[in-house]
Design a protein around this ligand. Structure first.
Ligand code: FAS
Ligand code: PHB
Length: 388
């Protein structure tokens, strides 16, 4: 088999890249380790930036997003039981959209199926070969037999635990990492949200987030220790732990119900540099991870894909490799700004240190954010997404 670009991973990064390349007439094959149903069963991101909305529109998969997505012009931060609103519209003239990653993945899968572009699910033992030469190829096992695809480029969109980053020789890659001593215990329920906007909660018992997927489907998160096991969190225990962290109005509006999904995600900041290795280009979680506090993970995957797809189009259409040669530098410039914002939001809102000085600094940071238009503008500019 031969194609122009082999994409490893059918998460948002891989599917979005595949769709954009297809629209520009660039042949590509996606290899995905899991089944499509498994990929769709993962509940992850919920907030997308305007630049991501524009890219999904460019990929021709934005119709349902505009129909079902919820436009949010602000967000609320609750400290000591008092909510403070940060207005994105007033401070930046922009907004974000609440539209679940599961829906985005479904829209991208449907778009790829409609385009007739190939995705090989249940593709095991993926191995990259010849990435530092000019004739790379990929081998894998599917349908009980070992197969090979010759290509021009490999896009590593296989997430944090994927094979692509690990295929790079240790001397050629540098990892920067901060692991937080905490996780997010998330629950999805068919219950009405407690508020029309997201509420980020700073509380002595620990951080909480009240989010949503629709006017009838809520998504909540509780800060928890990494030692926690999701099986020791029956729904009632979750609701009893969430309730005291809410302000009076939210607590009064809280409607509990059976969980549709419940999981614990560890919090980590991670960046691998560079993001290009010969004919292998990393994009999305394969190259970097942010704590979900700033709602940046999925949006960073989209910005990597924007840079990479433009660079590949230039290579094939204009015989120019300028974009490919600058991909890593351009992507990392935006990645590190989102890493900083996600780290800052996480350290400001979570109960991490028991040192009273650290806790006072958090409260001072939050008080400054609520009182200073300049501070609120910095928050809003980063939350809605920095320009490309
Ligand atoms: P993904 O991990 O989504 O996709 C990679 C794909 O590659 C997967 O389908 C995987 O099966 C496949 N793969 C892996 N190894 C392979 C191999 N060897 N061969 C073939 N295929 C392989 N972001 C937010 O903005 N907000 C959130 O609330 C949020 N919550 C999250 C919760 C969790 C538990 C996790 C893990 C992440 C969360 N994120 C969140 C971040 C998340 O949304 C990612 O940023 C997003 O999924 C990135 O998309 P991809 O880069 O496509 O990686
Ligand atoms: C979500 O709705 O899943 C969500 C929203 C905002 C975040 C993280 C997750 O910062």
């Amino acid at each position: 088999m031969r194609t122009e670009v082999v994409i490893i991973g059918a998460g948002p990064a891989g599917l979005l890249l595949g769709q954009l390349l297809h629209k520009h007439g660039i042949d590509n094959v996606i290899l995905e380790r899991q089944t499509g149903e498994y990929v769709l069963g993962r509940v992850r991101a919920g907030v997308i930036e305007q630049v991501t909305i524009d890219l999904l529109d460019e990929a021709g998969v934005g119709a349902r997003m505009h129909e079902d997505g919820l436009v949010h012009e602000g967000v609320q931060i609750c400290v000591d039981g008092v909510r403070h609103r940060i207005s994105f519209a007033e401070l930046t003239g922009k907004a974000v959209m609440v539209y679940g990653q599961t829906e985005i993945t479904k829209d991208l899968m449907d778009g790829r199926a409609a385009a007739g572009a190939p995705t090989i699910y249940a593709a095991y033992d993926v191995h990259l070969h010849g990435i530092f030469g000019d004739k790379p190829h990929v081998t894998f096992r599917a349908d009980g037999k070992t197969q090979e695809i010759a290509c021009d480029f490999v896009a590593g969109c296989d997430g944090f635990h994927g094979v692509c980053r690990k295929s790079v020789p240790a001397h050629a890659i540098t990892a920067h990492e901060r692991v937080y001593p905490l996780g997010w215990l998330g629950i999805l329920s068919d219950t009405p949200p407690v508020s029309d906007e997201l509420i980020y909660v700073h509380h002595p018992l620990g951080f909480a987030l009240c989010s949503m997927r629709s006017p009838t489907r809520s998504r909540y998160y509780l800060q928890c220790s990494l030692a926690e096991d999701v099986d020791s969190w029956p729904d009632d225990r979750f609701w009893e732990e969430l309730r005291p962290r809410l302000d009076d109005k939210a607590r009064a509006r809280l409607v509990t119900g059976p969980s549709i999904e419940k999981s614990i995600a560890p919090l980590r900041s991670f960046v691998a540099e560079p993001m290009r290795f010969g004919r292998l280009y990393l994009a999305g979680d394969a190259a970097h991870i942010v704590p979900p506090t700033g709602a940046k993970g999925l949006n960073l995957a989209a910005s990597d894909v924007r840079y990479l797809s433009q660079a590949l189009v230039e290579h094939y259409a204009e015989k120019s490799d300028a974009g490919l040669d600058h991909y890593s530098e351009r992507a990392l410039n935006r990645v590190w700004k989102a890493e900083r914002f996600s780290w800052w939001m996480t350290t400001m809102l979570h109960r991490i240190s028991e040192n009273p000085f650290d806790q006072k600094i958090q409260l001072a940071e939050l008080d400054y954010l609520f009182r200073s238009k300049a501070a609120a503008t910095v928050f809003a500019e980063n939350y809605v997404g920095l320009p490309y």
